[in-house]
Design a binder for this molecule. Structure first.
Ligand code: ACO
Length: 266
């Protein structure tokens, strides 16, 4: 892989139109300090503008995916620095909920190990997640005497069943990758040594699709969640029509091949 941009706390590498962002504070289990939020915001801004990049993979260095917020650098050390805390929180919200959630390219979380607390926020807004069977997930907040905030409760409760969300949020007990797949917190769990291959196969599958169509499908999916059915019908029709106009009706060829020539099976 070719390393493209240099950041203090993350690695950004490109290969075959796939950009991999690796949280790179393995000595702290990739806990998110303020600098990491600034780096992620900047990296995702670059990735969004990179025309070559078709799929984004997010993972962690060493044996951790991400141990949540850095409890010392993000919480404790900003207690007497409200402006510093606000700047870090603003960057965190920006990269997770605007840049990553709405990125017009498919995103895959490759959960290689420890995944706690605030990591659930950005895990939840990745389009796909594949975990190592031996990864450990937990909403440990209640054990710290705090609650899962910063979007975590909201996103976990929209992703999981109410029972599973309450279990994770209110017991603080960890689960492994296999249990995370059963709960549908991740798409699937595979042995650790198969994780990279599994992620690559999904990325290759996504690369075969028309990127404009994928970006539109994702935008509709994200925005639909906040709309009534009546609003969603209008929005979906508008986006369908917009895509159809810009894609020069390539689907006409598909219909011909399917119905007349019988050479195409969607
Ligand atoms: N914040 C700050 N430092 C952290 C964090 C964190 N969230 N997680 C790990 N670290 C640090 C450890 O303090 C330790 O630092 P040190 O070398 O200076 O002592 C280093 O990372 C390695 O961690 P260990 O605990 O020694 O590693 P171990 O393999 O025994 O355990 C584990 C790993 C399970 C991830 C453990 O570190 C842990 O429980 N971390 C806290 C996870 C957590 O509760 N996150 C939620 C935070 S709250 C929130 O996100 C809103």
């Amino acid at each position: 892989r070719e390393q493209v941009m240099t950041y203090k706390t993350i690695l950004v590498e490109k290969k075959d139109q796939i950009t991999t962002i690796t949280l790179n504070r393995p000595q702290s289990k990739n806990a998110m300090n303020p600098q990491m939020h600034f780096d992620m915001r900047d990296a995702l801004t670059e990735v969004e503008q990179d025309r070559e990049c078709r799929v984004v993979v997010l993972t962690g260095a060493g044996d951790a995916f991400c141990a949540g917020m850095d409890v010392k650098e993000y919480f404790l050390e900003t207690e007497t620095d409200p402006a510093g805390r606000a700047a870090a929180r603003k960057a965190a919200f920006e990269w997770m909920f605007r840049k990553l959630r709405l990125l017009p390219k498919p995103t895959i979380a490759a959960v290689n190990g420890w995944c706690f607390g605030g990591a659930f926020a950005w895990l939840a807004v990745c389009d796909f997640a594949i975990a190592s069977e031996t990864a450990t997930f937990g909403l440990s907040e209640v054990n710290w005497g705090i609650i899962p905030a910063g979007g975590v409760t909201k996103l976990v409760s929209s992703l999981l069943s109410p029972r599973d969300a309450a279990y994770l949020i209110m017991t603080g007990k960890p689960i492994d990758g296999k249990q995370a797949a059963v709960m549908r917190l991740v798409n699937s769990a595979v042995p650790r040594e198969k994780l990279d291959q599994q992620v690559l196969e999904l990325a290759e599958e996504l690369k075969k699709k028309n990127p404009m169509v994928l970006a539109c499908a994702k935008e509709v999916l994200r925005v639909d969640q906040n709309l009534s059915l009546d609003d969603a019908l209008l929005w979906e029709t508008a986006k369908w029509t917009e895509l159809d106009a810009s894609a020069k009706k390539t689907w006409h060829k598909g219909v011909k091949q399917f119905k007349e020539e019988r050479t195409y099976r969607p």
